[in-house]
Design a protein around this ligand. Sequence first.
Ligand code: NAD
Ligand code: MG
Length: 393
Amino acid sequence: MRSVTVFGATGSIGESTFDLLMRQGGRAAYRTRALTGGRNVARLAEQARALQAEIAVTAYDECLSDLREALAGSGIEAAAGAEALAEAADRPADWVMSGIVGAAALVPGFRALQRGATLALANKESLVTAGPLIMQTARDNGARILPVDSEHSAIFQALLSEDMQAVERIIITASGGAFRDWPMDRLAEATVAEASTHPNWAMGQRITIDSASMFNKALELIETHEFFGIAPEKIEVLVHPESLVHALVGFRDGGMIGHLGAPDMRHAIGYALNWPDRAHLPVDRLDLAAVGSLTFRAPDPARYPALRLAREVMETGGLAGAAFNAAKEVALDAFISGRIGFLDMAGVVETVLDRMVGQGALGKGALSLDMILEGDREARRVARAVVEKTGRT
Ligand code: NAD
Ligand code: MG
């Protein structure tokens, strides 16, 4: 029987993963080692009971007693906090979903790789923050990473049995997010509610806002570079409002292989869950005659400064990815809580990067997990100070 662990089980990726596990036989087909979540302990307990998990872990200590109560009589263990999350990763699941949002997914994913697990990586921040270390840890321990971000799953599938030497370019598509057709002068006043609606995908709030600002695509540029080991200048972003072509790979003979599918994360998650097989998945089938046409356009650099910042980060290397992601997380929190405007987010991130480059704080060469975690903390400190100065009074 296959054994599984799902980090971030109560989130958007986590719920889709749970849905597939249940459809594919649930507790009769999978031994669930651990499920983790945040404050929604009622839902976490429900999922843990349905899959008869060995342990349920909430990220927050103050939620532990509620989780215990919700699990009473089930025989399922309850735990809380960052160390408990890391320990959950040590439990011997063959397949681990990394579905936590943000850099908090880094340590659990790292620990799962250290024991040679297959890591289904939805969390893009892990590769942005610690790409070389994550990839090296997987190689050193015979672990496997299966990308779950839709673009990266698409690239992975387009590259099946292809030679990386023959790859000329990789194109990741972007919907353009909530504001793709807004006049630029309205963006400064965009509200959190407006930024939290996605034209095509139903996702967690943070990634949805990141889609509106293109920080999501910026993270994905770096993710593509780290995971596929391809030079930054060979990676392109293409705005594709229909979100049906997820990525394209161009080869040196001029041909391209693209991946199409309905905008439903259960495709990429189900692909990773069943890899190397393809299982029947409950996603809509595309009716291209009904769709009629697919459209593409180049991203406007003035509208999406995050893309330029991602390219600078790839050039800088070292801790730049960790600083970029950490500053972005702080800026996003500040936007969500109303302390800065929508357009201020990119400004905050750029100021943090400039400052840390100026201080020589981004280093070069191989980085340990501790160095990365310290870089992440330092960037958050700098970003909070920058937010204070930027903030609305
Ligand atoms: P979400 O906000 O819906 O869910 C996040 C999950 O992580 C929840 O279970 C939450 O309780 C948990 N969590 C939040 N903060 C935590 C912390 N500090 N410590 C431990 N657990 C914490 O997010 P999501 O949209 O499901 O995204 C998850 C990850 O997958 C992100 O990295 C995102 O970029 C990536 N991703 C998501 C989608 C999507 O369709 N939602 C698509 C591609 C990639
Ligand atoms: Mg994506």
